[in-house]
Design a binder for this molecule. Structure first.
Ligand SMILES: [Zn+2]
Length: 64
């Protein structure tokens, strides 16, 4: 889970963690949502935190 090293301001919604990442090439901040359930492995990134929070709230692990 090396991607976690880039996170800061982590928020947790259910099994999903949201953190902000900065792309070194573009300087853009992205909001990444990552499911911590190893059997799920879902992750996505969004242009703003609201979208990431919405995705986290509506996420359903595919293991169930
Ligand atoms: Zn999941």
């Amino acid at each position: 889970m090396a991607a976690r090293d880039f996170f800061h301001s982590i928020q947790r919604i259910g099994p999903v963690q949201i953190g902000t990442t900065r792309n070194r090439r573009t300087g853009q901040t992205r909001h990444a949502a990552v499911c911590t359930n190893d059997d799920c492995g879902w992750s996505a990134d969004y242009a703003n935190r609201t979208a990431a929070q919405l995705a986290a709230r509506t996420h359903r692990c595919r293991t169930h």
